[in-house]
Design a protein around this ligand. Sequence first.
Ligand SMILES: Nc1nc2c(ncn2[C@@H]2O[C@H](COP(=O)(O)OP(=O)(O)OP(=O)(O)O)[C@@H](O)[C@H]2O)c(=O)[nH]1
Ligand SMILES: [Mg+2]
Length: 237
Amino acid sequence: METAVIIPTYNESDNIVALVEEILALRAVAHIIIVDDNSPDGTGQIADELARQHQEVHVIHRPDKLGLGTAYIAGFKFALGLPTDCVLTMDADFSHHPRYIPALIAHTRLYDLSIGSRYVDGGGTVNCNLWRRFLSRMGNTVARLTLGLKAGDCTAGFRCYRRQVLEAIDLDSIFSSGYSFLVEMLYKCQQLGYRIGEVPIIFENRQQGASKISRSEIWKAAYTVLRLGWERLMGRP
Ligand SMILES: Nc1nc2c(ncn2[C@@H]2O[C@H](COP(=O)(O)OP(=O)(O)OP(=O)(O)O)[C@@H](O)[C@H]2O)c(=O)[nH]1
Ligand SMILES: [Mg+2]
């Protein structure tokens, strides 16, 4: 299956070269699409250099930090313009290790959406502090209960979508611009009846660079879940 990988970046200069090289070494993906939001640390220029060296690498430059959700959407639209069968998303910080990419792609033969999951047998987290683990577990529990989501890991950004899924969803109708985009996308996939599978992964906390999750992102995510929960209650699609 021809696969495009989307990597949103904001200040990932310590990670991006090693990550792209590890992905290319797998020889499992046809395209790597880096979506950079004018990172002050020069990630965008490093990405341009990678694109000059490797024909598989494409770079989308956005003028400002516009959020993870809209970065995925920009990447999806670009990927759909290429002859890809599936589109994989992952973080740039090695929390989503490239070694799982082949299993995720293989799983997408059986499922419309495959999630690299911390919360299925064989999955887990390493080096994450108690607060991060609590936040993740809490976010998952609230999303599952409020929206009836069936996946174990509803907030994971390590995913592989079949092309048809992305073509069927009106990407411009997605409300969330930030991290809660992941929950909203999963909700839409489940509502549309797509088959969703999970591949166990060990999520490792980032070793280089800084986290971008702010307190306001957490509030925005809570609002998104409540908003979708209300729509579900009202029977709106
Ligand atoms: N283009 C773009 N990328 C972003 C934005 N916010 C975060 N990212 C990238 O999205 C990915 C996830 O962000 P992280 O800060 O690692 O968030 P996280 O993995 O949930 O949090 P940590 O575990 O603390 O690393 C990383 O590759 C970031 O560089 C944004 O506004 N725009
Ligand atoms: Mg991270």
